[in-house]
Design a protein around this ligand. Structure first.
Ligand code: NYM
Ligand code: MG
Length: 211
């Protein structure tokens, strides 16, 4: 058993629900407490695969739904060994989107749920998923920049939300739901309380895989 591994904390939710702000706040809080942490975001757009994903999301390139789905998964796979190594050496990862986004956005387009989950099987299973759920999707849609990228349409986001809700219900042992429409301060405080609990448990638990 490794002495003290880091945790893998994933943030999920629709576009504009505040994941990026909240992951940053959590990162700052952990590092201030002296906990070694790193922030990552999928899609990671800088790799060759990430650049294709970026071209797709900004409507510069079209790809079949199945192809872009597999690219999103490949983008996680190309980073996972590095993440695992650092986690085992004690770094906690805060991850802005992961395989659940992969499934949710593709299922919302009509792809089969099981087919969508399959390429991500074997990736690291998160110790906790922080699900920022929009209690009012109109409120979220009215936040800045909505509509700039592919997928950022209210009707489509609603379909994605249904899949996130299903994950949250099915995977309730490690999914934690928060109201994304409350103040940034409150939301951060609620998330911090849960993460503190998770961090107490993780060092003694071995890494699991997505199944
Ligand atoms: N997205 C993200 C997917 O469709 N599949 C995935 O596997 C991941 C990780 O990319 N609308 C979508 C969700 C977002 C878009 O993400 C860009 P972000 O967090 O806005 O950069
Ligand atoms: Mg976005």
């Amino acid at each position: 058993m490794s002495l003290s591994r880091g945790a893998f904390i994933v943030f999920e939710g629709l576009d504009r629900t505040g994941k990026t702000s909240q992951t940053r706040r959590l990162y700052n809080r952990l590092t201030e407490k002296g906990i070694k942490a790193k922030l990552i975001h999928f899609p990671e757009r800088s790799s060759a695969i990430g650049q294709v994903i970026n071209a797709y999301l900004t409507n510069a390139q079209d790809l079949p739904d199945e192809v872009i789905h597999l690219m999103f998964s490949a983008n996680r796979w190309e980073h996972i060994n590095g993440i695992r190594q650092e986690m085992l050496a004690g770094t906690t990862f805060i991850c802005d989107r992961y395989a659940y986004s992969g499934a949710a956005y593709s299922v919302a387009k009509g792809l089969h749920f099981d087919w969508c989950c399959s390429p991500d099987r074997g990736l690291i299973k998160p110790d906790a998923v922080i699900y920022l759920k929009a209690s009012s999707d109109e409120a979220i849609a009215s936040r800045g920049n909505y509509g700039g990228e592919r997928y950022e349409k209210l009707e489509f986001q609603r379909k994605v939300g249904v899949v996130f809700d299903q994950f949250c219900e099915k995977e309730s042992s490690y999914w934690h739901q928060f109201d994304a429409c409350q103040s940034e301060e409150n939301l951060h405080a609620e998330i911090a309380a849960i993460v503190d609990e998770v961090l107490k448990e993780t060092p003694s638990q071995s890494l699991a895989k997505l199944t």
